[in-house]
Design a protein around this ligand. Structure first.
Ligand SMILES: Nc1ncnc2c1ncn2[C@@H]1O[C@H](COP(=O)(O)OP(=O)(O)OP(=O)(O)O)[C@@H](O)[C@H]1O
Ligand SMILES: CC(C)(CO)[C@@H](O)C(=O)[O-]
Ligand code: BAL
Length: 291
């Protein structure tokens, strides 16, 4: 006789919406891991939650679409908000606490004091999204102060964000370990992202050029920075002629620690990063390379 398949019991996470509710849950948490998110959870977020489980006794997921990191013409208003589905995923993945504050709780008045990312935050994403990293670091700082995690997990998919957060923790002596988790991709290579829901089927097909370009660059890694960039650029140039086209904001090969562009004789950890528009959707992707 075969044993019937059993599904593990689902326990709904405790949900806190205010710092006070969070404080009431604080007793006996042991080692705490925080996974900061903007919700609309997908397989990428779930991999961060799994990594958090491996490194802590208590997993806290924050869900907050942070207005401070969106520019005036960006997608703050239409960003997907799917809290009920997110809570079901958190229950399935054994998240202990979800911190989902309303905007008034995180920003009760004018945010006069903010965190500056320095020059690392002014290139690539920082150049195309002015104020973005200042908004990210300010909210991440608030989340760290409210949740007080021992470890915080961020995705390599947002490689510059991961590096800038690491640098904030180092430069401001914050007692937190920052961990990076690898990029999760769909079977066709597209990095999973909450914004992928904006893509029409045709746009999604075009969008595959981003991961193809990165793969092509990585395959050319023995040829050095110039060869890597021209291999990736060739794929993107072709995709610029597709219907609908890919419109590139940047393609860059940068030092993984400083996000400065690498010289041709560079040796060390690098990141080949791309940001591009497909229709009205802006996508980013990257691949880490050791040169
Ligand atoms: N495909 C992925 N693989 C690994 N980590 C990911 C992936 N997508 C997002 N993350 C990580 O999840 C965390 C929360 O990101 P966020 O909620 O902004 O999701 P997102 O899918 O990146 O959304 P967006 O579409 O806004 O870029 C970040 O640390 C981010 O790097
Ligand atoms: C880190 C973060 C949750 C801050 O709002 C956001 O930038 C994100 O989801 O990557
Ligand atoms: N995933 C980074 C958050 C943002 O694009 O606003």
């Amino acid at each position: 006789m075969t044993k019937p398949a059993t599904t593990p019991p689902r326990t709904a996470p405790a949900v806190a919406r205010t710092p006070e509710e969070l404080d009431r849950l604080r007793a006996n948490l042991g080692r705490v891991a925080l996974v900061p998110t903007m919700g609309a959870l997908h397989s990428g977020h779930r991999s961060l939650i799994a990594a958090a489980r491996d490194h802590a006794d208590t997993v806290v997921v924050s869900i907050f679409v942070n207005p401070l990191q969106f520019g005036p013409n960006e997608d703050y208003d239409r960003y997907p908000r799917t809290l009920d589905d997110d809570l079901a995923i958190c229950a399935e993945d054994g998240v202990d606490v979800v911190f989902a504050p309303p905007v008034e709780v995180m920003y009760p008045g004018e945010q006069m004091v903010t965190v500056s990312p320095g020059r690392m935050g002014r290139v690539l994403e920082g150049e195309f999204r002015p104020g973005f990293f200042e908004g990210v670091l300010t909210v991440v700082n608030k989340l760290f102060n409210l949740v007080r995690p021992d470890v915080a997990i961020f995705g390599q998919k947002d490689a510059q964000q991961l590096s800038v957060v690491r640098r904030m923790v180092r430069d401001l002596c914050m007692p937190i370990t920052v961990m990076g988790a690898p990029t999760v991709r769909d079977a066709d290579g597209l990095a999973t992202s909450s914004r992928n829901v904006y893509l029409s089927p045709e746009e999604r097909t075009t969008a595959l050029a981003l991961s193809r370009a990165l793969l092509s660059g990585a395959d050319a890694s023995v040829t050095g920075p110039v060869g890597i960039l021209s291999a990736a650029r060739a794929v993107l140039d072709e995709a610029a002629l597709a219907t609908p086209p890919v419109a590139v904001d940047y393609l860059a090969l940068v030092d993984a620690h400083t996000f400065g562009e690498v010289p041709n004789d560079f040796r060390g950890e690098a990141v080949l990063a791309v940001a591009a528009w497909v229709g009205k959707t802006r996508l980013i992707d990257n691949v880490p390379l050791t040169l």
